[in-house]
Design a protein around this ligand. Sequence first.
Ligand code: NAD
Length: 316
Amino acid sequence: PPRTVLITGCSSGIGLAMAVKLAADEEHRFKVIATMRDLKKKAKLESAAGSALGQTLQIKQLDVCDEKSIQDCVNSIPERQIDILVNNAGVGMVGPIECQNIEEMKGVFETNFFGVVRMIKEVLPDMKRRRSGHIVVVSSVMGLQGIMFNDIYTASKFAVEGFCESLIFQALKFNIFVSLIEPGPVVTDFEMKVYDEAIRGDYSKTDPETADMFTNLYLKNCRAVFSSLGQTPEEIAEHLLRVLTTERPPFRHQTNTVYTPITALKHADPSGELGTDVFYKMVFQYEALLHASLKAIKLLRWKAQKLQQGVRMLGF
Ligand code: NAD
């Protein structure tokens, strides 16, 4: 029988693409409950879903910041049976922290972190009882590595990573899989929304040097990174399908291999110097980057050899 998948934040971007992809599965492996905070925004999903609408895809209201809305949605599903929960809803925030207020920052955590916690709290007891289930969270490469001017967003994704890293142990005991999907840049409204707001922002609360660093260096660089390395939401949906259909789903899954060596730097050098040095040079001294990268590659290679030796010594 098809597995029931509930996805949050399906009115646009990655969530929409995921819902459409799973609902269109030729082997009919999924029944998709595509949820969104505001049903007035359902037209785009309806047209993208096409003939799957009302068949393998249903649209329901769910606000990850509202416990009542979560409960109403889950209770409306026969026997509350959710085999797969995909936590996708999220909001972005960029800029110098001097220009952001604490309430806005808390808002990011309300959605990106507590939104995930609320959802998991609601479905976990049922999954435990059935001794089966799969919880997927759309994290980010920024859940693994800090990026300049993304302090609060990155912190919210780190929080999600820490939460899941703790949850995974008891989950596995109940035969429940947990998977973090960690995309790099993805070209969606998300990026556009954040960018448009940022470009129109008021940076008078910070010093001129920081304001210039953000509006000129960062935002321009950001544009270039998105247009050269950005993936499409459909590519992320492909990755989700892969994660859902492998026999032993991975705990972490990066969708963009360009970022894998960068995120490995932290583990290569626990002092943090190597990662910080590479990122600093990436931002401020492009020419020195090549040299730092070569050093990093050498160190990573050496670490990998040591790790292999260690594993062999342990008798695996
Ligand atoms: P998006 O803005 O198109 O999608 C986010 C969705 O979440 C929107 O539909 C929005 O309405 C919804 N949402 C926000 N608050 C909600 C709430 N309280 N309840 C329910 N839904 C809510 O952007 P996207 O890029 O598709 O983002 C999806 C996820 O991917 C986010 O978690 C984001 O952090 C993550 N991500 C995005 C990128 C990127 O570059 N776009 C990269 C890595 C990770």
